[in-house]
Design a protein around this ligand. Structure first.
Ligand SMILES: Nc1ncnc2c1ncn2[C@@H]1O[C@H](COP(=O)(O)OP(=O)(O)OP(=O)(O)O)[C@@H](O)[C@H]1O
Ligand SMILES: [Mg+2]
Length: 382
């Protein structure tokens, strides 16, 4: 043995003792036959504490011991080596030391005995990181869950509010229809009756107009004209409130009457295009279409400033398309829907149809498609 190789042996020995990992060698049954200084320093054992008097299993907790014998050893026998298995080494006067253990199994060339060499790496920091990682993952999960249920709650609340609004709109529409019907009847029955009484009285007075001064006679004649005008106004108002033409003559005539009346009164030129055969539509659908056109045209008159408009009702095999367009200023950017638009939407929804409002500074178009077959339509839920 020359000086240099002697030096190398010393270096190897020193490396073994002070390596930055613990070395433990055992026999096949686990009996500890060699340990390095690093291992002793980490655990606080002395050489005498462990050499021959202890098996490596004695340094493990019960579950780890079972794992060692049932999993670790068979694997080691099968593969000759095992890598990076996590263990906690029990030590006197200190909490267990978390380690990662690599092991190789050798057969001693002289004795023929099995020896197991283990290298143990201190995994304290690594466990800490892992625990930290796990903790922040759990926190993240909890945060995600919390946010998810918050959002779910928000969605539920919003949905409730929407349903509420929908119900209110639908109730409002129904009430408005009812009220219009009642007003129409009231106008016809009470004001209408009074007017006919008035007109009869005027007729009586007119019959004796020869006894009046010319001025008085002219006034009576004027009154007679006023009564005729008022009657006609009231008829128009009551028909707008509740269109009797719809029931008697059908949608096409009712729309014609509506469009003509509005053209004249509001001074808007309104074109009406209605498909020839609307007779297949149900009364509910006719009323829905009439109300939508009426509301849309009222909006044109009140908001668009347009001098022209166009109404069309097209009948296809499986759908009715209603379109009301104007060439006005368009809806404002900060549009807040009133009962009109919401009502149209609601009416359309009851038929399972679609509603679209397209608007630009050059005009507005309301398009409603009600699905067919148009023959036996009834609103959903009624
Ligand atoms: N054809 C149109 N041209 C321009 N603006 C329109 C038109 N139709 C609707 N708008 C705008 O949309 C708004 C909402 O219309 P909506 O019919 O819902 O309510 P409203 O007409 O104001 O009141 P109401 O409840 O009596 O109908 C209107 O106030 C108006 O600003
Ligand atoms: Mg309106």
């Amino acid at each position: 043995v020359n000086a240099q190789s002697h030096h190398l042996v010393e270096t190897a020995q020193e490396l073994y003792e002070t390596a930055p990992c613990g070395y433990v060698s055992t026999l096949a049954d686990g009996t500890i036959v060699a340990v390095n200084a690093t291992f002793l320093a980490w655990t606080g054992f002395s050489k005498d504490d462990v050499l021959v008097s202890k098996r490596i299993q004695d340094l493990l907790g019960v579950p780890a011991r079972i794992f060692y014998e049932t999993q670790f050893l068979p694997l080691l026998q099968m593969q000759g080596r095992v890598k990076e298995v996590a263990f906690d080494i029990l030590r006197p006067n200190a909490p267990p030391l978390p380690v990662l253990l690599n092991a190789v199994q050798r057969v001693d060339s002289t004795t023929g005995e099995i020896v197991i060499h283990c290298a143990l790496f201190d995994a304290t920091d690594r466990r800490k990181y892992e625990a930290e990682l796990l903790r922040s993952r759990r926190e993240l999960e909890a945060e995600v869950n919390r946010r998810t249920s918050e959002l779910e709650a928000e969605v539920a609340v919003r949905k409730l509010a929407e349903e509420d609004l929908q119900q209110t709109t639908s109730k409002l529409l129904h009430l408005r229809d009812e009220e219009r019907r009642a007003l129409a009847r009231e106008l016809h029955d009470s004001v209408g009756q009074l007017l006919s009484a008035l007109s009869m009285n005027i007729a009586l007075v007119s019959a004796e107009s020869s006894k009046l001064s010319p001025r008085a006679a002219a006034a009576v004649q004027e009154n007679s004209n006023f009564v005729t005008q008022i009657s006609s106004e009231i008829r128009t108002i009551s028909h707008l409130l509740h269109p009797p033409l719809l029931e008697e003559l059908g949608l096409a005539s009712a729309l014609r009457w509506l469009v003509d009346g509005l053209s004249e009164r509001a001074n808007i030129e309104i074109a009406l295009e209605v498909d020839a055969d609307l007779s297949r539509l149900s009364p509910q659908m006719e009323l829905t279409i009439f109300r939508i056109v009426q509301e849309a045209l009222t909006n044109v008159h009140r908001h668009s400033g347009s001098l022209t408009a166009r109404v069309s009702v097209e009948l296809a095999a499986d759908a009715v398309t209603v379109r009301v367009e104007d060439q006005g200023r368009g809806v404002p950017a900060n549009l807040s829907a009133g009962v009109g638009l919401r009502g149209m939407r609601e009416r359309v929804k009851q038929f399972g149809g679609s509603f679209a409002l397209n608007s630009s500074p050059r005009g507005t178009t309301v398009t409603v498609v009600l699905p067919g077959p148009p023959s036996h339509q009834t609103p959903a839920g009624s």
